[in-house]
Design a protein around this ligand. Structure first.
Ligand SMILES: [Zn+2]
Length: 507
């Protein structure tokens, strides 16, 4: 994959001709004729694992992603005057970024918020920090036992500290007042606009609540959605069955898959590992579904023509999901036309790496997770880091990587991901981390375009600038394969076309 300079003509949303020229990009369509000097065109970029509503909520709500201490979280909460039905709700804190890297406590919140419930989710979405009033409303006390797949952290005296891990978060989360319909739609609009301004023309939206689907459909129908969306519906607790959701095909909005969780995340030690955590010797993490449960849930989904997408971070979780996918392939419940995806694939035991290719499993990976988690991953995994975030190893086994950001956990800017793929230098470091796992710029661009479209079965007509393909195009002021490494991150988006229509213009 190389950026091109060309005259591109477009008809009825598809590319008609591509004629190479020097000096820039000209787009000629029914809507007009635009010339971009010194510019380069690529297929529109895809974020193949993200949370659109979450990004909108982050853009419009209390955001704690960049705070550097628990005190700063609280002052940010005080500044953010709007509440959600009387609750203080925020997201994005990460104690790994603080000088004291231990979990914050309910007590810290209680002095300011003694009679207002507070729910602040961690950046990875796998832990929540709540105050005593919220715990009181939820009935969480010293005697409360951990729910399956979750943990209520307790101090030496046995009292809950205010940190809830994975499924324990639901004890409080289930009490949060719902967003109004207007607010939900406003969140989707804000997020889609943010995506297209970064050159993203398609998002694989993960773990989507069924109640959001009509809003997406309405925006798509009115041509008010500037990006394409492929939805993967919440399925862990059979949400798609309970709400009666079925696959649906559209040009801009498509409901395509089911999303399951095999385990939690590394930061909260919820990722399921084959051997104990290096910094928590008796702990191997939490498996959120058994092999048989995932098999049964996926089997029902396949009968209804869904693609299957499963979150797996630890090496035990990746192995478990591969075992399930192997059964589904061998029993011909999932033929080659059905896509089986593993989301994240952060720690894949060397013995399992070849199985991705052998079973035709998509690895949907988020390069920025690697460079933002490296220091934490070293503590959690020790020597196992040599097979963590195994981009080159999985490429060598013969599979295409599908790239994403997992926004709003990370920024939605795909240039950060391309930079991470090719340099692998963790934030704040000067040297690469396991440089052998880097991939080339050409591969990184494919992972953000054609390979990502293949992961949603749209590769036959998206992700390449050539006749008959969808005219989804991003125009940059740089050639991302020949510019200097420093220039990757300073590259600007000049314009973005979706189905031949200019939906973003940068200057
Ligand atoms: Zn995610």
């Amino acid at each position: 994959m190389e950026p091109i300079q060309a005259i591109i003509t477009i008809e009825r949303g598809r590319i008609r001709t591509v004629e190479p020229i020097f000096g820039g990009v000209r787009i000629i369509s029914e809507a007009g004729n635009h010339w971009y000097p010194d510019a380069w065109a690529l297929p529109g970029l895809v974020d193949s694992h993200a949370h659109i509503f979450g990004l909108g909520a982050r853009l419009r709500g209390l955001s704690l992603y960049d705070v550097r201490s628990p005190e700063e979280c609280i002052s940010r909460a005080i500044e953010h005057t709007s509440t959600r039905g009387g609750w203080i709700v925020g997201m994005g804190w990460n104690q790994e970024l603080w000088s004291v890297k231990s979990y914050p406590t309910a007590e810290m919140l209680d002095s300011i918020y003694s009679d207002v419930p507070v729910y602040l989710s961690r950046a990875d979405g796998h832990a929540a920090w709540v105050n005593s009033y919220a715990m009181k409303l939820a009935g969480i006390a010293a005697t409360t036992t951990n729910p399956p797949g979750g943990q209520i952290l307790k101090d030496k005296a046995g009292n809950p500290t205010g940190i809830l891990i994975d499924n324990a978060m639901d004890l409080v989360r289930s009490l949060l007042p719902p967003y109004s319909t207007e607010e939900q739609i406003a969140c989707l609009r804000s997020a889609a606009q943010e995506c297209i301004s970064h050159g993203i023309t398609e998002v694989h939206d993960m773990d989507v609540s069924p109640h959001l689907l009509p809003h997406f459909a309405m925006l798509a129908e009115r041509a008010e959605l500037p990006i394409r969306v492929q939805s993967y519906i919440k399925a862990q607790n059979n949400e798609w069955i309970n709400e009666g959701v079925l696959p649906a095909i559209g040009e801009v909005f498509r409901v395509v898959g089911l999303k399951f969780y095999a385990d939690g995340a590394l930061g909260s030690r919820g990722a399921a590992l084959l051997e104990s955590y290096s910094d928590s010797p008796k702990n191997k993490g939490i498996m959120l579904l058994s092999e048989d449960e995932l098999y049964r849930k996926a089997k029902i989904g396949l009968e209804y023509q869904w693609d299957i997408s499963t979150h797996a971070i630890g090496d035990a979780a990746n192995r478990m999901v591969l075992n399930v996918y192997q059964r589904l392939r061998e029993e011909e419940l999932a033929d080659e036309s059905r896509t089986l995806r593993i989301e994240h694939a952060q720690l894949v035991h060397p013995k399992d790496q070849q199985r991705f290719a052998d079973l035709n499993v998509v690895a949907a990976m988020q390069p920025v997770h690697c460079i933002s988690d490296a220091s934490m991953a070293q503590q959690r995994l020790g020597k196992r880091c040599r097979y963590a975030y195994p981009w080159r190893s999985l490429r060598n086994s013969g599979i295409a990587i599908s790239a994403g950001s997992d926004f709003p956990i990370e920024s939605c800017n795909p240039l950060l991901g391309i930079d991470a793929f090719v340099r692998r230098v963790p934030f704040g470091w000067s040297d690469p981390w396991f440089e052998k796992e880097c991939i080339t710029r050409q591969e990184a661009l494919l992972a953000y375009t054609h390979w990502a479209h293949e992961a949603a079965q749209m590769g036959y007509r998206r992700g390449i600038i050539k006749p008959k393909f969808d005219a989804d195009i991003v125009i940059h002021d740089n050639n991302l394969t020949t510019c200097t490494e420093e220039e990757i991150l300073t590259t600007k988006v000049k314009a973005v076309y979706l189905a031949g229509e200019r939906r973003f213009y940068g200057e």
